[in-house]
Design a binder for this molecule. Structure first.
Ligand code: DGL
Length: 264
């Protein structure tokens, strides 16, 4: 396989990163893709940074063994905990991570109040604190961890009463504080954007970073002459129950596909 024809490896704690994968697929339809859901260990949001770093090392080694030419951490929590170490371990590998869209949100807000929905791990990280220092000095940022939400999305419960009730408990107080811009700081959350849109006034903006990551991947592959052309295949792996992931793929990815077991 030439390097250009090699796949891009993408991973998340579970199926949330599919929200990023679909942006990548749309922007770069010729790129072969590997997607790994670490479902045996989802959610990452309440795990220690040390545990998540270990998962990042194991998963990256596997994706490289499958021939990956680049890596996308389609997970804000894993990026906050693990990307610096991966870049040290693999200095030549193009690696792209995710972080909550604080910069665009600070630019977009008119009320000067921005809400961030993300995992506990992301919100507690030094990386997130640095992001606020850098880009949010002129706005008020209210952070809201969302424990339990990832599990609802993993189950494909994107629009039921229980998910709606969870969200209402977090979003109501943010709106009462005057938030007009909400950052979806976890890659699972774009899947509940339709539900969230029904729960906030129409002038409240919901911002996520999947499309920006796809653009960044394109630029990085292009600069290294690694963009693929031709037929591209997507292969799915899962450390949990592949059959379970196969049942949610049509909902979250829009197509059926076999899922291979990853025993790492
Ligand atoms: N989707 C991930 C993120 O962007 C992780 C969610 C979790 O496993 O808690 O943060």
């Amino acid at each position: 396989m030439t390097e250009r024809a090699a796949p891009v490896g993408v991973f998340d704690s579970g199926v949330g990163g599919l929200s990023v994968l679909r942006e990548i697929r749309q922007r770069l339809p010729h790129e072969p893709l590997l997607y790994l859901a670490d479902s045996a260990h989802v959610p990452y949001g309440e795990k220690t940074p040390e545990f998540i770093r270990e998962r990042c090392r194991v998963i990256t080694a596997f994706l490289l063994a499958q021939g990956a030419k680049a890596l996308v951490l389609a997970c804000n929590t894993a990026t906050a905990a693990g990307i610096a170490e991966l870049r040290e371990l693999y200095p030549a590998l193009p690696i792209i991570g995710m972080e909550p869209a604080v910069k665009p949100a600070a630019r977009a807000t008119r009320s000067g109040v921005v809400g961030v929905l993300a995992t506990t791990g992301t919100l507690r990280s030094a990386k997130f604190a640095a992001l606020l220092d850098r880009f949010a000095s002129d706005v008020r940022v209210i952070t809201q961890p969302c424990p339990g939400l990832v599990e609802r999305i993993e189950a494909g419960a994107l629009d039921d009463a229980a998910t709606r009730e969870l969200l209402a408990g977090w979003v109501g107080p943010l709106l009462a504080e005057g938030c007009d811009t909400l950052i979806l700081g976890c890659t699972h959350y774009p899947f509940i954007k339709p539900l969230l849109s029904q729960m906030v006034p129409p002038d409240v903006q919901l911002i996520d970073t999947g499309a920006a990551v796809a653009r960044r991947l394109e630029a990085l592959l292009d600069s290294r002459e690694l963009l693929a052309s031709g037929e591209a295949r997507v292969r799915f792996f899962c450390s949990g129950d592949p059959r379970r992931m196969e049942t949610v793929l049509p909902i979250l990815w829009g197509e059926k596909s076999p899922v291979e077991f990853f025993a790492g």
